[in-house]
Design a protein around this ligand. Sequence first.
Ligand code: ADE
Length: 237
Amino acid sequence: MKTVLVIGAMEEEISPLVSGGDYEKKDAVPFTYYLKNDGKTQVVVTVSKVGKVAMAACVQHFITLIGSSPEFAGHTIDLVINTGVAGAISSKLNQGDIVVGGRLCQHDMDVTGLGYEIGLNPDYDSVYFETDASVVNMVKNAYESLDADYSLMVGTIASGDQFISSREKKEFIESGFGALACEMEGASLAQVCSDNGVPFLVIRAISDKADGEAPLSYNDFKEKAIVNLTELLKKVI
Ligand code: ADE
């Protein structure tokens, strides 16, 4: 039996996936989750709340719960997926396109005052958490089987506890980290998964271009972007 954990920061990022009657809603205080088990794969879908702290708490909670609770038959997790929307940093990405985090970093981690590289947490060897190549290939294959009218790019996703909506911040994230897209949780999930030795995937749909128009665009495109992503996510799962 495979076990996949899917986490969105907001309810609207996971609701298209769990609607339709296949999932049962359950409690795991302080979280709730949706569970589907078809005998081959058990899928646990939950909402973390926005930001890196909330995501870290949620990921660790479910990794520990699934590994120890009789309800999950002591299964370990095969893959943790972070789904949701992101702002485009690369000019090649448009609203509705999909970005896969080949690697994740935190653009707001700054210990440069002590001589460390920007983005580096002194407890780690690298600014970046790398996604397993086999996971990235699986997503590429799923995308190719879909005949999609949106594009998919694989590259760096930068996370931080900030909604990015200015040219200056965008340029900082692009030149400092070579990021394709920005959001507020992915690198936190990647860090906790790495610490636990669990494979992860951060996959996001572009809702805005992280510029002055971002707040308006975010509200207009959020739902449409999630529809594209949900179709792909169902294939991946
Ligand atoms: N998620 C979606 N758009 C974003 C943005 N512009 N900044 C941070 N997180 C986002």
